[in-house]
Design a protein around this ligand. Structure first.
Ligand code: ADP
Ligand code: MG
Length: 274
C-alpha cells in the first residue's frame, strides 16, 4: 500500500515557558501541506523488515523514526511482530521544520494501528514517546498544539490557501534552538498574539489580520545569528512569509491555489490507505 506522508508548517509558533521536565511549552498552529514523502508498506512473510530509501542516510536502525515507531508499537502493545517491506521516497527536506521524520512515524503507526485494530488513544500514547509532534501527525489538517506537543486541539480545517517554500542549505538542531530561545523568554521580545485571531483572519481572508498574527518566536534567534536570511522573509507575491518550526525553511502564504503546495485537510489526510 502506498501512503503520502505529509509535511506540516507552523502558521504560529510561540514558546510560552520552560517546564520542570526540561521540555518547553509551546503554543502553535500546525497545518499540513501537500509536500510529502511516499511510503510504500507491504506485508511479507517472517518477522523482519526490509527498508529501502532514496536517502542513503536512513537505515533500518534507531536513527530512523520509522524503525522507532515500529519497535515502540509492538513493544508497547505486546503484539507479535509482522514482516514488512517498506520503501521511503524522501522528498521533504530533513531538519528544516517540516516535521518529515515525525510524519513518517505517524504513517507507520496509523497503518499498524488499522492492521491490528488499535485505538487511536493508544496510538497517541506511543506517538508522544517518539517525539513531541508525532501525535499531531496522526491527524493532520489544521490544529492548535499546546504543552510539549501533547495537547492537540483539532479545529475546522483552513482551506483555500497555498504556500511557496524557500529552503536554505542550513540545518539547526532542535535542542540548540530551544536552548537559545530560553534567553528570549523573559526579555521584551515581540510576543505572539493569539492563534485564534490568526484562525479568524485566515477564515475571513483578511490579509492585514493574517500578517499581524502569523508568528514564529524562533525568527528572533535565527536572524540574530543568520542576518542574511532576512531576505527570505520578503514576500512580493504573497500575504506573509515566516519560518516554519525552528527553521530555517520559510513559507510564503498565498490565498488560492497559485502557490506550489496547497493546504491539506484532515479528511484528505486520513482517507489514505483505507
Ligand atoms: N524517517 C525519517 N525522515 C527524516 N528524518 C528522520 C527520519 N528518522 C529520523 N530522522 C532524523 O530526524 C531529524 C529531523 O528531521 P525532520 O523531522 O524531517 O525535520 P524537523 O524536525 O526539522 O522538521 C533528521 O535530521 C534526521 O536525522
Ligand atoms: Mg522533527
Amino acid at each position: 500500500m502506498i501512503f503520502k506522508s505529509y509535511a506540516k508548517i507552523n502558521l504560529y509558533l510561540d514558546v510560552v515557558g520552560k517546564r520542570d521536565d526540561g521540555y518547553h511549552d509551546i503554543l502553535s498552529v500546525f497545518q499540513s501541506i501537500s509536500l510529502y514523502d511516499l511510503m510504500t508498506i507491504d506485508e511479507k512473510k517472517g518477522k523482519d523488515v526490509s527498508f529501502f530509501s532514496n536517502d542513503p542516510s536512513l537505515k533500518w536502525d534507531k536513527g530512523n523514526l520509522i524503525f522507532r515507531a515500529y519497535e515502540a508499537f509492538f513493544d508497547t502493545l505486546n503484539l507479535p511482530r509482522i514482516g514488512l517491506r517498506i520503501t521511503l521516497k524522501k522528498r521533504i527536506p530533513k531538519g528544516c521544520g517540516f516535521g518529515g521524520g515525525s510524519s513518517n512515524a505517524g504513517v507507520i503507526l496509523l497503518h499498524l494501528g488499522r492492521r491490528f485494530g488499535v485505538d487511536l488513544k493508544d496510538l497517541e500514547r506511543i506517538a508522544m514517546d517518539l517525539g513531541s509532534d508525532v501525535k499531531y501527525f496522526l491527524h493532520g489538517g489544521t490544529a492548535i498544539v499546546k504543552g510539549k506537543g501533547d495537547e492537540v486541539e483539532l479545529v475546522e480545517d483552513i482551506t483555500g490557501y497555498s504556500v511557496n517554500l524557500k529552503i536554505p542549505n542550513l540545518s539547526f538542531r532542535t535542542k540548540d534552538m530551544y536552548r537559545k530561545i530560553s534567553c528570549f523568554l523573559n526579555k521584551n521580545h515581540r510576543k505572539g498574539r493569539d492563534p485564534l485571531h490568526l484562525l479568524q483572519a485566515l477564515r475571513k481572508v483578511d490579509p492585514d489580520g493574517i500578517r499581524s498574527n502569523v508568528f514564529n518566536i524562533f525568527e528572533n534567534v535565527i536572524l540574530l545569528e543568520n542576518p542574511q536570511l532576512s531576505a527570505l522573509l520578503e514576500n512580493p507575491h504573497g500575504i506573509v512569509s515566516s519560518f516554519t518550526g525552528k527553521g530555517p525553511a520559510v513559507f510564503t502564504l498565498l490565498h488560492g491555489e497559485s502557490g506550489r503546495y496547497r493546504f491539506v485537510s484532515k479528511i484528505e489526510y486520513s482517507s489514505q490507505g483505507m
